[in-house]
Design a protein around this ligand. Sequence first.
Ligand SMILES: Nc1ncnc2c1ncn2[C@@H]1O[C@H](COP(=O)(O)OP(=O)(O)OP(=O)(O)O)[C@@H](O)[C@H]1O
Ligand SMILES: [Mg+2]
Length: 300
Amino acid sequence: MPSSRQSWPRQVARSVLGLYRPAAVQAALTPAADRTTGVRQWEPTAAESKAVEVIRRNPSSLFEAMKWSPDPWQREYLGTTGQRTLLLCCRRAGKSVTSAARTLAHCLTHRDALAMVFPPTLRQSMEYVRHVRLFDRAAGQPVKVERSAGTILEWANGSRLMALPDRQQGVVGFTPTKIVIDEASRVSDVLYLSLRPMLALGRAELELLSTPFGKRGFFFDIVNTPARASRFRQWQVPAARCPRISREFLAEEMVELGERWYRQEYDLAFNDSVDSVFTASVIEAAMQRTAIGPLFDLGA
Ligand SMILES: Nc1ncnc2c1ncn2[C@@H]1O[C@H](COP(=O)(O)OP(=O)(O)OP(=O)(O)O)[C@@H](O)[C@H]1O
Ligand SMILES: [Mg+2]
């Protein structure tokens, strides 16, 4: 399709995203109908069908292909088919790699899937896609990779993965089948608000993963608002439940980080911001009419 006939959001997306990876991003931004990869005619061989079926039945096999034994929560998370999932885990628990494996399973076991991943920075986007590539290779690339460039991957079954850093420009006009927000507590609220309408057609899964980062932002609000939290299937994994983090290391961290920061990084605590004068509970109490009477009666 000539660029003059494209909608303006797509043109803006092309020019903004094209700044850091022109060819690959522009190819991924091209609607499936415009592409010439012939994905619609994709017919898997018997071997491909069998390999994909193994992953569909047991997504943890992707971990096993890496010679890793999944933690109980990782096995459960990989196997869940829920539309809304949330991981509230300590640092280094394995959030990103578990999500990367689940995203790969999604792309391999669905035709024409579009998984969009939003970590806070480009560097983290690249790391996420690197994990997806590693799982794919370890599993023997059950579906042929058609395109692999930067933070974009595309398979012969028409599925695509795009990992984009936190920027709300260029996210309009897509119909993803899966949205992942990694380090959700550090991603902007504006991005979250911009992504929400993509869920309108009811096809997309939404995955939020993070360690706490203060009593602020949409991730904190979701976890701490029961009506919102109840829409998500949640896993909470403090460091005490991570077999790869030793007690000795945690004791050292308590000394080095201090209790407040330690509790955020390893105990899933949402702290008041370091620079705030009043704690969140004091500010909330001040909003309640009953908590403190007004100093002056200003009349009606
Ligand atoms: N089940 C497992 N077996 C072996 N290694 C694992 C397992 N799960 C995770 N890891 C390893 O743990 C490390 C941390 O994983 P990952 O980057 O996903 O953690 P994270 O929770 O996203 O960390 P961060 O908080 O820094 O973002 C990775 O190097 C990964 O190789
Ligand atoms: Mg991570």
